[in-house]
Design a protein around this ligand. Structure first.
Ligand code: NAP
Length: 286
């Protein structure tokens, strides 16, 4: 029941119809029996400033931010955490009396998803496929965890170069960049993280690296979760790799956002049950 004391949260983006965030957050609120609700808001590019001002005036306690606003929202904030400024993108806003403060929980989400799957980044040779927004979060995670070598592969080499520069600004890390046509020199790739949109509809039958390169990969991570198994994951699995999709990354970035708003950690058993419910919900939706 909503009443005069209900606290409101939400997600802003364009498009917003397919977001899974309301499912995740409303389920947490329901499980914790809290008087809170979480709503999707369709905000177009030219309405972002007004939307943030309006939300703040309405004292909306917390917001998630998705495509295409993750970068542009920064100019409407009073400040942001280190990961958000390193990545150059914000996906979580917390209300303060002075204005909204921004966080990037994608870095945490990917990190936690690797952790729960027993994937170690420290000291590993990591292949990062892609150099877009999600790759920036993955690169910051890899560098902050102390990878041995970060190999960034991208269709547009200049973007891989920019990403390598950004990472080196903040971390002491060995970075190599490659176009998609050149195979990295490393004999073994401990972890490969696929961050391009290739593998998703309408590119389900495509992947950006060769089968040959897949054979070198020990652990293949694709941040896409729909389809559950992209062609990249299918091929890597066939070649003997352990595979992980992007659903847990999405889930744990949401968990972290909730914890930032609540200023406390969510019980692990609640998280575990909720992840199972999210998987079932997604199966029903697909
Ligand atoms: P983005 O900033 O637009 O970056 C897209 C990346 O894909 C770039 O590296 C781009 O290469 C590459 N790419 C696009 N089309 C290509 C093609 N035909 N051939 C080769 N490379 C191609 O997008 P993003 O925000 O990083 O999102 C990427 C994917 O991650 C999306 O599928 C998104 O849904 C997913 N994602 C998942 C989560 C999660 O929680 N699981 C979180 C964030 C994003 P160029 O630089 O050459 O254009």
């Amino acid at each position: 029941m909503l009443d005069g004391k209900t606290k409101v949260y939400g997600v802003i983006g364009d498009p917003i119809e397919h977001t899974l965030s309301p499912f995740i957050h409303n389920k947490i609120m329901e499980k914790l029996k809290e008087n809170k609700t979480y709503v999707p808001y369709h905000v177009e590019r030219n309405q972002l400033g007004d939307a943030i001002k309006g939300a703040w005036s309405l004292k909306i306690d917390g917001l998630n931010v998705t495509v295409p606003h993750k970068e542009t929202v920064r100019q409407h904030l009073i400040g942001m955490d280190d990961f958000a400024s390193q990545v150059g993108a914000v996906n979580t806003l917390k209300y303060t009396k002075e204005g909204y403060y921004g966080y990037n929980t994608d870095v945490y989400g990917l990190g936690r998803s690797l952790e729960v799957n027993d994937i170690e980044l420290k000291g590993s040779n990591v292949l990062l496929i892609g150099a877009g927004g999600a790759a920036r979060a993955a690169a910051v995670l890899c560098a902050s965890k102390g990878v041995k070598k970060l190999m960034i592969m991208n269709r547009t080499l200049s973007k891989a170069e920019e990403l390598a520069c950004m990472v080196k600004t903040y971390y002491e890390v060995d970075v190599e960049i490659y176009p998609l046509s050149v195979k990295p020199l490393a004999k073994r790739i401990d972890v490969a993280i696929q961050t391009t949109s290739i593998g998703m509809h309408p590119y389900e039958d495509q992947m950006v690296i060769t089968e040959d390169l897949c054979a070198k990969i020990q652990v293949a991570v694709d941040i896409i979760y729909n389809p559950k198994e992209t062609l990249f994951l299918k091929v890597a699995k066939k070649k003997g790799a352990k595979v992980v999709n992007g659903l847990e990354m999405l889930f744990y970035q949401g968990i972290k956002a909730f914890e930032i708003w609540a200023e406390e950690e969510l019980p692990r058993d609640l998280q575990k049950n909720l992840l199972e419910e999210l998987k079932e919900y997604l199966e029903r939706r697909l």
